[in-house]
Design a protein around this ligand. Structure first.
Ligand SMILES: Nc1ncnc2c1ncn2[C@@H]1O[C@H](COP(=O)(O)OP(=O)(O)O)[C@@H](O)[C@H]1O
Ligand SMILES: [Mg+2]
Length: 461
C-alpha cells in the first residue's frame, strides 16, 4: 500500500480512531485473514459465515498490524466504521487515485478471467511493476484488497472483475476506474443468479460502459454478445478472437498431442509464432486477449509471443497436469465448472488421451438455476461423446449426467454414480491402470480437488 497515516485512513473511510496514534504510518496492505497480517498493515475484521473477524483482531495486531478496521469496539488500536466493505472500497478508491502513473486494466467475462489475468500479468510484468490479484480475487472483497497492494512504484494494475448481478462490475469500476477493459465471453456461469444470458451480457457490458473516451475496450469477436458491447463504450474498440475478422487473432491453430495449442499470432503490428504451455484449445482465446492488451500497452509482437509461450498457470487447480510415476496422467481442473468449461475440458481430455484410456470425474456445476438438470445431462452426453472409458459422477446435483451419458447408446464406457469425493477415489482405485488419463472437474464447492490430490498423492490444502 502507499504510505498513509492512521489519521488519514480514518478520514478516508469516515471512521473513528481509537486506542491509536493518528500519526502512526500504514505501509503494508490490508488483510482480512489474520494469518496474513503483516507489520505496517491494516487488519479488516469482517463477519464471516463461520468465524467473525473481530475475534482475530488480537493475533493480527500481534503479527504487526498497525490497527484493525472494525464495526464494533475492540481492544487495541482500531478504526470503527459502520460498514467494513464500504470502508475497504473507499480506501481503495482513494489510494488508486493517488497514483496518476498507474494504469488500471479490468478483465471480465463468464469464463477465463483468472487464466487471462495470469497470462496478461506475465506479459505486462515485462513492461513495468505490476500488481495483479492472487488467484481469483475478483469480488467486492478481493478486488479492493488487490487495489490496496499498489505502491508508489506500480505502473500497471491488472484487475479481475466478477459479477453475480447487475451493478457489481460498475461498482468495481468506480473503485478503480479502468482505462483498458477486456470482455472474454458471455456464458452460462451464474445464469441462475442473473436470470439469463441477456442479463449476463448486460452486467459484463458494465466494464466497456465504464471506460473513458481515451481508453481501449478489448472485445472477443468470437462472441456476438461481447462484440455487441462496442455500442456501449466511449473507448476505442480493439477485437481479438480466432475468426478472421478480429484485430488480434490466431492463424493456423493446432493442438499438439500434449494438449497444448500452437498458432501464429496475427496483429496489426506483425505476426509471431506462439506455443502455449497451458493446456487446451480454449486457452487460445485467453492468450489472444492477453496479447491484445500487451500490444495496446506497447509490447512488440515478438515479445508478446515469447511471453505467452513462457507463461504458466499461476492459479491452482485449473487444468493442472501431473504425470504419475506409473504413467497415469491426472488433470486437476477442480477449481471451477460451468457448461462451457466442462465442454472445453472434455475436448482437451480427448486430445491428451489419444489412444490411451481416459476417465472423467465430474461433479456439480453450481448456480445454473432452473436449467441446471439439462446442463448436467448435456455434460454427460459430452463425456460419452469424448469417448471416456469411464465417467464417475459425483454428488446428487450432478446425477443427470448419468442419464445423459446412458442415452448415448453407442458409448460403451463404465458409468458410476457416487455420493462424494472419497467414494470417487475408491471407485477410481478399481478402475485405473498405468497409462490412463483422468480429468477431475466440478464447481469449487464440490471439493473435488480432494479426488485429484488423492490421485497425485499431494496433501490437501
Ligand atoms: N475460454 C474458455 N472457454 C472454456 N473454458 C475455459 C475458458 N477459459 C478457461 N476455461 C476453463 O474454465 C475454468 C475457469 O477458468 P478461470 O480462468 O478460473 O475462469 P474464471 O476466473 O472466469 O472463473 C477452468 O476450468 C478453465 O480451464
Ligand atoms: Mg476467477
Amino acid at each position: 500500500m502507499i504510505d498513509m497515516t492512521l489519521g488519514e485512513v480514518a478520514d478516508v473511510v469516515g471512521g473513528r480512531l481509537s486506542g491509536a496514534d493518528p500519526q502512526a504510518r500504514v505501509s503494508a496492505p490490508v488483510e482480512f485473514d489474520s494469518r496474513k497480517a503483516r507489520p505496517g498493515g491494516l487488519f479488516l475484521a469482517l463477519p464471516g459465515e463461520h468465524v467473525d473477524g473481530h475475534d482475530y483482531v488480537r493475533p493480527a495486531l500481534d503479527a504487526g498490524a498497525v490497527a484493525a478496521i472494525v464495526t464494533r469496539p475492540v481492544e487495541g488500536p482500531s478504526i470503527l466504521v459502520d460498514d467494513g466493505l464500504a470502508a475497504l472500497a473507499a480506501l481503495a478508491s482513494f489510494v488508486v487515485r493517488r497514483l496518476p502513473n498507474a494504469l488500471t486494466i479490468g478483465i471480465t467475462g463468464s469464463v477465463g478471467k483468472t487464466t487471462t489475468k495470469d497470462l496478461a500479468a506475465q506479459l505486462i510484468e515485462r513492461l513495468g511493476p505490476t500488481v495483479a490479484p492472487y488467484g481469483s480475487y475478483n469480488n467486492e472483497i478481493g478486488h479492493p484488497l488487490t487495489v490496496l497492494r499498489v505502491t508508489g512504484q506500480t505502473r500497471y494494475l491488472v484487475l479481475e472483475l466478477s459479477a453475480r448481478g447487475a451493478g457489481h462490475i460498475a461498482q468495481l469500476c468506480q473503485i478503480a476506474p479502468p482505462r483498458l477493459g477486456v470482455v472474454l465471453c458471455v456464458g452460462h456461469a451464474h445464469t441462475g443468479e442473473f436470470g439469463g444470458l441477456a442479463e449476463v451480457a448486460r452486467a459484463k457490458g458494465e466494464l466497456p460502459a465504464a471506460l473513458p473516451p481515451g481508453g481501449v475496450a478489448l472485445l472477443n469477436a468470437d462472441d456476438p454478445l461481447v462484440l455487441a458491447m462496442a455500442e456501449r463504450t466511449a473507448a476505442r474498440v480493439v477485437t481479438f478472437g480466432t475468426g478472421p475478422r478480429a484485430t488480434v487473432r490466431a492463424y493456423g491453430v493446432t493442438l499438439g498431442s500434449d494438449g497444448r495449442a500452437s498458432f501464429t499470432l496475427v496483429t496489426p503490428a506483425g505476426t509471431a509464432v506462439v506455443k502455449l504451455r497451458l493446456l487446451g484449445a480454449h486457452n487460445v482465446v485467453n492468450a489472444l486477449a492477453a496479447a491484445a492488451l500487451a500490444g495496446e500497452l506497447g509490447m512488440g509482437v515478438a515479445d508478446v509471443a515469447e511471453g505467452l509461450s513462457a507463461a504458466t498457470n499461476r492459479s491452482k487447480w485449473r487444468m493442472e497436469v501431473t504425470e504419475r510415476p506409473d504413467g497415469v496422467t491426472v488433470i486437476n481442473d477442480a477449481y471451477n465448472a460451468n457448461p462451457e468449461a466442462v465442454a472445453a475440458a472434455l475436448d482437451t481430455l480427448a486430445t491428451v488421451a489419444r489412444g490411451r484410456r481416459s476417465f472423467a470425474v465430474l461433479g456439480p456445476m453450481n448456480e445454473l438455476g432452473e436449467e441446471s438438470p439439462q446442463w448436467h445431462e448435456q455434460a454427460g452426453v459430452l463425456a460419452a461423446r469424448a469417448g471416456v472409458a469411464g465417467l464417475i459422477v459425483v454428488g446428487e446435483d450432478a446425477a443427470p449426467m448419468l442419464s445423459g451419458a446412458k442415452a448415448e447408446r453407442s458409448w460403451q464406457g463404465e458409468l458410476i454414480g457416487v455420493p462424494d469425493a472419497d467414494s470417487a477415489v475408491a471407485a477410481l482405485g478399481n478402475l485405473l491402470a498405468p497409462g490412463d488419463v483422468v480429468l477431475v472437474k466440478a464447481s469449487r464447492a464440490a471439493g473435488l480437488e480432494r479426488v485429484a490430490l488423492a490421485l497425485t498423492g499431494e496433501a490437501a490444502q
